[in-house]
Design a protein around this ligand. Structure first.
Ligand code: 5GP
Length: 213
């Protein structure tokens, strides 16, 4: 049975999307949105939260300090290294990875609950995490968000303005390696515009649940 919040999210979904989703013969698959640091995964996910609240997005746990404007429980669950290690030890995380000295992870049980309730679930995580999901949830749909060009990715990483030059350099180095992971994914979307990527993403998430013709 769906809970009240889930029912409300459904009510907010466009009718055609609800109809397709209801007709699904199989439970929804887990969808992973990944790609290099700075490509705009967060912006796409934020837009999707506003436009498609019926798609449930996992809120990651991180040991990173909040950036200005970030809210605990909305952007991340901000936690300590000790608490994070405990979650790993107790098997609470579906996947986890270290990025630039901080740890990030996805809590397993909320994801499982939402999928069991028949709700589409999206994870916005890095490439290392996506690989772990591939290994543990083989039927997950892995989507790679690619920048229109390397120059554009570099511009976006430098324009962020919230990190030191050293961190930016580390992110650029990591991004080169992450770009090479594209071939491990099921589908690539090029981030030319947030609107286009969002609508393609929604189509993919619905298509994977539509009855076979
Ligand atoms: P940021 O510090 O910029 O918010 O995130 C840094 C990187 O960590 C991004 O590439 C982001 O996608 C990734 N990330 C965020 N949450 C998770 C998570 O739960 N697991 C993994 N593996 N990566 C995450």
């Amino acid at each position: 049975m769906r809970d009240g919040a889930a029912a409300q999210r459904y009510a907010a979904a466009p009718r055609a999307q609800r109809a397709l989703h209801r007709g699904a013969p199989v439970p929804p698959r887990l969808t992973v949105l990944s790609g290099p640091s700075g490509v705009g995964k967060g912006t796409v996910a934020e837009r999707l939260r506003a436009e498609c609240p019926w798609i449930w997005q996992s809120v990651s746990v991180t040991t990173r300090a909040p950036r200005p404007g970030e809210i605990n429980g909305r952007d991340y669950f901000f936690t300590t290294g000790d608490q994070f290690r405990q979650m790993v030890a107790e098997g609470e995380l579906l996947e986890w990875a270290e990025n630039y000295g901080n740890w990030y992870g996805t809590q397993r049980s909320p994801v499982q609950q939402r999928l069991a309730q028949g709700e589409p679930v999206l994870l916005e995580i890095d490439v290392k995490g996506a690989r772990q999901v591939r290994a543990t949830v083989p039927d997950a749909l892995l989507i790679f968000l690619a920048p229109p060009s390397w120059a554009e990715l570099e511009r976006r990483l430098r324009a962020r303005g919230t990190e030191s030059a050293e961190v930016i350099q580390r992110r650029l180095d990591a991004a080169r390696t992450e770009l090479a992971a594209e071939r491990e994914f099921d589908i690539t979307l090029v981030n030319t515009s947030v609107e286009d990527v969002c609508s393609q993403l929604v189509r993919l998430m619905i298509a994977q649940q539509a009855p076979a013709r």
